[in-house]
Design a protein around this ligand. Structure first.
Ligand code: ATP
Ligand code: MG
Length: 207
C-alpha cells in the first residue's frame, strides 16, 4: 500500500552537457523507471574543474541545450544551480543546494556514468556526498562499471541500453562537417547550427 506522504524521489543527472546527447537521456530515463523517481533534474556544470584544460562552451548555451532536450519529458527538468554558483562545480555543493530547495522530505539519487563513478573518490568531500544521495552508476560502452573501493550501500549499479555516444564525438563530428542528427535531440542539432557551436573548436585527444 502507498504511504500517505511518500518522500519525493529525485534523480540528479550532472554533466557538462556540451552538448547533451541521447546517451545522457536514455541513462536518465532508465534510472527514472528503475527507481520509480518522481523526476530527474539535469544539472549542467558551471566551470568544470575536471575539464579545466579544455575549452568548454558557455554555460548559457549548455543550459539551453539541456532545457531543449529535456522539455518534452514531464519527468525531466533542468536546473541552473551549478551555472549560477561562481567557481568550479563540486557535487557536494550541487547536492546541498538541491536538498535546500526541496526541503528535507526528498530522497536524492545522483546518476553517474561508469567513467565518472571511478573518479568519485577523488572528489572534494567524497565521504559527505554519500550521506546526501544514493549514487547510481550506469553502464557506458567502453568503460568498466565497478563499485570497487566505493561504499557498498551508497552505490547502486544499473545496466542501461548501450549508447556509444559521447559529447566529444559529437563535437568532433560538427567540426568535421558530419551530421549529429539522431545522436542528439533534433532541437539540439538546430541550436548547435544556429549558434555555430563546435565549428572551430580545438582538436581533442581521443577518449
Ligand atoms: P565528454 O565527451 O565531453 O566528456 P560526455 O559524453 O562524457 O562528454 P558528460 O557531460 O561528461 O558527457 O557526462 C555527464 C554524465 O553522463 C557522466 O556521468 C557520464 O558518465 C554520463 N554519460 C555520458 N555519456 C553516456 C552514455 N553514452 N551512456 C551512459 N552514460 C553516459
Ligand atoms: Mg565525459
Amino acid at each position: 500500500m502507498r504511504q500517505e506522504n511518500p518522500r519525493r524521489r529525485v534523480g540528479i543527472m550532472g554533466g557538462t552537457f556540451d552538448p547533451i546527447h541521447h546517451g545522457h537521456l536514455v541513462a536518465a530515463s532508465e534510472v527514472q523507471d528503475r527507481f520509480g523517481l518522481d523526476e530527474v533534474i539535469f544539472v549542467p556544470t558551471g566551470q568544470p574543474w575536471q575539464k579545466g584544460h579544455t575549452y568548454v562552451s558557455p554555460p548559457e548555451d549548455r543550459y539551453l541545450m539541456t532545457v531543449i532536450a529535456t522539455a518534452s519529458n514531464p519527468r525531466f527538468a533542468t536546473s541552473r544551480v551549478d551555472i549560477d554558483r561562481p567557481g568550479p562545480t563540486y557535487t557536494v555543493d550541487t547536492l546541498h543546494d538541491l536538498r535546500a530547495s526541496y526541503g528535507v522530505d526528498v530522497e536524492l539519487f545522483f546518476i553517474t556514468g561508469a567513467d565518472a563513478l571511478s573518479a568519485i573518490l577523488s572528489w572534494k568531500d567524497a565521504d559527505q556526498v554519500f550521506d546526501l544521495a544514493t549514487f547510481v552508476g550506469v553502464t557506458r560502452p567502453g568503460y568498466e562499471l565497478s563499485d570497487a573501493h566505493l561504499p557498498r550501500d551508497a552505490v547502486r549499479l544499473v545496466e542501461v541500453p548501450a549508447m556509444a555516444i559521447s559529447s566529444s564525438a559529437c563535437r568532433d563530428r560538427v567540426r568535421g562537417g558530419k551530421p549529429v542528427w539522431y545522436l542528439v535531440p533534433d532541437g539540439v542539432v538546430q541550436y548547435i547550427a544556429k549558434r555555430g557551436l563546435y565549428r572551430n573548436g580545438p582538436v581533442e585527444p581521443p577518449r
